[in-house]
Design a protein around this ligand. Structure first.
Ligand code: CA2
Length: 146
């Protein structure tokens, strides 16, 4: 099973600031752990982070062309603003799990709404960077029809 882990704006700064909200692990740490977990599950995982909406959209389209079977997606602040990213996820039809490190539902009201969640199979929020591993597990099971 081929899975793409996609991270949006500012997530390249993970572990470098605001540890009270986002924890102390860097994006490299998170990706290394996910790579190990994917290996244990017999899945392949690719990683991409961008601060640019269009680059994220292009990567989603490429994922479809590559035959990817799942996307773990933390769209960052684009979660709350981007119809274009929502359309990209909807257009490829790849099962996608939206992940947020923080609990967006207990934070400022503008973070409560996600444009992306309605086109995902599920959303994980507030469980820290562990949420990425839970999303991987969920996609793996979903792919097996469980
Ligand atoms: O909780 C999440 O994962 C978010 O997607 C993170 C976004 C935020 O805009 C969303 O509402 C929720 C922000 C990412 C910023 O990441 C940083 C991490 C460390 C230091 C600075 C920024």
């Amino acid at each position: 099973m081929d899975i793409l882990c996609l991270n949006g704006p500012n997530l390249n700064r993970l572990g470098k600031r605001e540890p009270d909200i986002y924890g102390t692990k860097t994006l490299d740490d998170v990706e290394a752990r996910l790579g190990e977990k994917a290996g244990e599950l017999g899945a392949r995982i690719s990683f991409f982070q961008s601060n640019h909406e269009g680059c994220l959209i292009d990567r989603i389209h490429e994922a479809a062309d590559e035959g990817m079977e799942g996307i773990i997606f933390n769209p960052g602040a684009f979660t709350h603003t981007s119809v274009a990213l929502r359309d990209a996820v909807a257009s490829v039809g790849i099962p996608t799990v939206e992940v947020h490190i923080s609990n967006i539902h207990t934070r400022e009201e503008f973070r409560h709404h996600s444009f992306i969640a309605p086109v995902c199979i599920g959303q994980i929020a507030g469980l820290g960077t562990h949420g990425y591993e839970l999303a991987l597990l969920a996609l793996h099971r979903y792919g097996k029809g469980e």
